[in-house]
Ligand binder design. Structure first.
Ligand SMILES: C[S@@+](CC[C@H](N)C(=O)[O-])C[C@H]1O[C@@H](n2cnc3c(N)ncnc32)[C@H](O)[C@@H]1O
Length: 210
C-alpha cells in the first residue's frame, strides 16, 4: 500500500485564492520559484490550472529539509511544468536559477506561510534572496497572516500569534511595516496588499525594472 502524501487542510482552503492572485500577476510562460513548498499543494493546484489554461508556467518547488523533498517529488512528478524539488533554506546565499534561456532570473518568487513559522532573520533573507534571484520587473509574492498597523487582523490571528510564540519564541506574526522595511532595504518595491480569506494577506513586492 502506498504511504499517503502529507496533506494540509489549510492549503486546500487557501490554494484557490492564492492561484487567483498569482494569475493576475504572472505572464504566460512564467518561471516561478516557490520557497517552503511544504506539501506541494500550491504547486500542484497552480500547475494543474496552468495546464488547463495553457499558461505554460514552470514551477520550481523547494524545501528547507531533505526529508521534505521526496513527498514533493511524489505529488508533482506527473505535472507538466514541475521541476525537480530542490533543497533551499532562505538563509543560504546561493538560490537556484531558472534554466537556460532565462538567465535574467525568475518571473516570480512565491512563499506562503513561511514568515511567521521561521525566525525573523528569514524575512530579511527572503527579501535579499528574492531581490537577487528575480529578473528585473519580477515579483515576490508572500502569503500569510500579518500584523497590520500594529494589530492582528482578527482575534483568531491574535490567538495564533500567542500560540506560535509559545511553541517557539523565534516565531510569530510579523508586522507588515517591518516586512516592508526589510524589502525596501533589499531593493524591492512594495506594490500591493490584497485581503485574503481567513484574515490573511497577499503581499506583492517588485524588483525594479530598470
Ligand atoms: C506552515 S508550512 C507552509 C507550507 C506551504 N508553503 C503552505 O503554505 O502550505 C511552513 C514551511 O516553511 C518551511 N521553512 C521553515 N523554515 C524555512 C527556511 N529557513 N527556509 C525555507 N523554508 C523554511 C518549513 O519546512 C515548512 O514547509
Amino acid at each position: 500500500m502506498n504511504t499517503p502524501l502529507p496533506h494540509s487542510p489549510a492549503a486546500d482552503r487557501n490554494k484557490g485564492p492564492i492561484l487567483d492572485g498569482l494569475q493576475r500577476l504572472l505572464p504566460v510562460g512564467a518561471q516561478v520559484l516557490e520557497i517552503a513548498s511544504g506539501t506541494g499543494q500550491h504547486a500542484e493546484h497552480c500547475l494543474a490550472a496552468s495546464r488547463r489554461g495553457g499558461w505554460g508556467w514552470v514551477w520550481q518547488p523547494s524545501e528547507a529539509t531533505a526529508a521534505g523533498l521526496p513527498p514533493l517529488q511524489a505529488r508533482l512528478a506527473d505535472l507538466p511544468g514541475a521541476r525537480t524539488p530542490v533543497l533551499l533554506d532562505v538563509r543560504q546565499p546561493d538560490w537556484p536559477r531558472p534554466g537556460a534561456g532565462h538567465a535574467a532570473g525568475w518571473n516570480a518568487v512565491f512563499a506562503a506561510n513561511l514568515l511567521h513559522i521561521s525566525p525573523w532573520a528569514c524575512t530579511g533573507a527572503l527579501m535579499r534572496g528574492a531581490a537577487q534571484a528575480l529578473r528585473p520587473g519580477g515579483c515576490l509574492v508572500v502569503y500569510g497572516p500579518f500584523l497590520v498597523e500594529g494589530q492582528a487582523t482578527a482575534p483568531s490571528n491574535q490567538a495564533f500569534d500567542i500560540d506560535l510564540r509559545a511553541r517557539d519564541a523565534a516565531w510569530g506574526l510579523r508586522h507588515l511595516s517591518d516586512v516592508q522595511a526589510e524589502a525596501q532595504t533589499a531593493g524591492l518595491l512594495f506594490e500591493a496588499m490584497h485581503d485574503m480569506p481567513a484574515h490573511n494577506r497577499l503581499l506583492v513586492f517588485r524588483r525594479p525594472a530598470g
